[in-house]
Design a protein. Structure first.
Length: 126
């Protein structure tokens, strides 16, 4: 199965600092992304409906970017990244998400991220 890189962009009124906290903190991740999360050093274990997945934190720039590599990734160059920054023109926060999926799942994964972003906006006020 061919893998595709998804690059998604969402606009928020919340600051990059708030968004960063929502993508890094267990207390806020469970409010929009997963059922539970355990962080041990640079290893995040995410739990959803009885299943779990481990991710290694491979890059972290506070209030700017966080990148994970899934422990079960079949390709070493795949990752999940959240990048947040202020637009110079509108002063809104842009959240860019980079993710990977099988080419036949692209629409489903985009829909999933769209749904997750609705939840994130509700939770962070943005």
């Amino acid at each position: 199965m061919k893998r595709v890189r998804l690059e998604l962009e969402y606009i928020f009124r919340a600051s990059p600092t708030i968004i960063y906290n929502f993508v890094t903190s267990p207390a806020t991740l469970v409010r929009w992304y997963c059922d539970d999360v355990d962080i041990t050093g640079d290893v995040y274990t995410f739990f959803w409906s009885g299943s779990s997945e481990k991710a290694f934190l491979i890059d972290d720039i506070e209030d700017e970017r966080i990148r994970f590599e899934w422990a079960t990734a079949e390709h070493a160059d795949e990752f999940l990244e959240f990048r947040m920054y202020r637009s110079d023109i509108t002063n809104e926060t842009i959240l860019e998400i980079t993710d990977f999926c099988d080419d036949d799942e692209e629409d489903e994964v985009r829909d999933l991220w769209d749904t997750l972003m609705v939840e994130l906006r509700k939770e962070c006020g943005g």
